[in-house]
Design a binder for this molecule. Structure first.
Ligand SMILES: [Zn+2]
Length: 381
């Protein structure tokens, strides 16, 4: 760890004694770690690793406890290697990038990140990356508004929602628009949903929005969640062609009939795209592209009263937001070169592989990929 770091035993992990001298950190067996031969001095030393002392001060405390500096150093190194330590200083700095009410709301999210990204200071660096991210959600129905809310709650710095028209009862969901929003402009109501999820007062958000200049920067990722549910089957072809040309990563998501789908998440030039999915489905049903065209954009074949189970829409929106976060955090979500389905008929979730289609050509020429600069920010830390 850096000398100015303040080591902290991860508060997200439970601590339980397996016997008189063996302390287990974490409950989930796959991630649990054991500290053995814990005598009184070691136990007292562990209590001091609470983020209030710098590394050197901790070693001095180990000396005073009779542990000896060398053993204290060795113990700290071993705890770090086992993924049990975080850096309280880096955590404080990462949270300082958010307004006060949001810092408290993000506590559990940061605790979760500390388990996914185990090195000291790694989770705060990932959160700082999220705070700089800009995501655009296109489509503000049951799924789209809920995806936007989940992303804002997870610490994504800028979440913009694009749609037209006014909120109807069909757009409302427990994680998106409340029923009181029926009749308001969808984009205005969605801004308030995002702002509430981020933990700030709506009136304050409007004051800031009126002062802030509009962002010209392209989004790091676009979520395609059209209200007609065609995002479930990679509809919105014109939009996705523009995104492919611009090299902007995008994720399809939607609920159509009793099926909710997340994916593919397309990284232009590096993974299978929406057309690959359409062509793959065409191989099984040659009429598929014609059918899809009639479903999308309020076409003549659209259902007259579209089905959308509330629980399914909420689950799909949560899964989509999780995949977006994984991507922004530098990971490889399973919707890349694939998609995930959740069925209202049986509640099962499954992942299907999506190979690049030989007739598509989207991977013929590599496009520079914008990636979040999380790793870079860690080096700077
Ligand atoms: Zn393709």
């Amino acid at each position: 760890m850096r000398p100015e770091s303040r080591p902290l035993l991860k508060p997200a992990l439970s601590r339980a004694w397996r016997d008189k001298e063996t302390l287990q950190f974490g409950t989930v067996r796959r991630h649990a770690r054991l500290v053995e031969e814990v005598d009184q001095a070691v136990s007292a030393f562990l209590e001091l690793i609470d983020g209030s002392r710098e590394h050197t001060a901790l070693l001095d405390a180990g000396e005073r406890l009779g542990l000896g500096t060398a053993l204290a150093e060795q113990l700290l190194a071993s705890l770090e290697q086992s993924g049990l330590l975080d850096d309280a200083e880096a955590t404080t700095q990462a949270l300082a990038g958010y307004p006060r009410p949001r810092q408290d709301l993000l506590g559990p999210d940061l605790a979760s990140l500390s388990l996914v990204h185990p090195a000291p200071g790694e989770a705060p660096a990932v959160l700082r990356g999220r705070s700089r991210a800009r995501v655009e959600v296109r489509g503000a129905g049951r799924v789209g508004a809920a995806v936007a809310a989940a992303l804002a709650a997870g610490g994504v710095g800028s979440v913009t929602v694009l749609d037209k028209g006014r909120v109807t009862a069909r757009d409302c969901s427990p994680a998106g628009y409340p029923p009181t929003e029926v009749g308001r402009l969808r984009t205005t109501a969605a801004r308030d949903v995002v702002h509430r999820a981020a933990g700030a007062a709506v009136a304050e958000r409007h004051r800031r929005a009126s002062r802030a200049p509009a962002s010209e920067a392209p989004p790091m990722l676009v979520v395609l969640a059209p209200r007609d549910g065609s995002g479930a089957f990679t509809g919105a072809a014109a939009e996705s062609h523009r995104l492919m040309r611009a090299g902007i990563p995008h994720l399809y998501v939607g609920v159509l009939e009793h099926l909710g789908i997340v994916g593919p998440l397309v990284v232009p030039g590096a993974s299978a795209c929406g057309s690959c999915a359409t062509l793959t489905r065409r191989d099984e049903d040659e009429a598929w592209p014609r059918l899809l065209a009639q479903l999308a954009d309020e076409g003549p074949g659209r259902p007259r009263a579209p089905a959308c189970d509330s629980a399914l829409a909420t689950a799909v929106a949560g899964l989509a937001a999780l995949h977006v976060q994984l991507y922004l955090d530098g990971g490889h979500p399973p919707s890349v070169d694939g998609w995930c389905e959740i069925s209202a008929a049986d509640g099962m979730a499954r992942r299907l592989r999506l190979p690049n289609h030989p007739d598509c050509g989207c991977l013929w020429q590599s496009v520079p990929q914008p990636r979040p600069a999380v790793r870079e920010s860690m080096r700077m830390a």
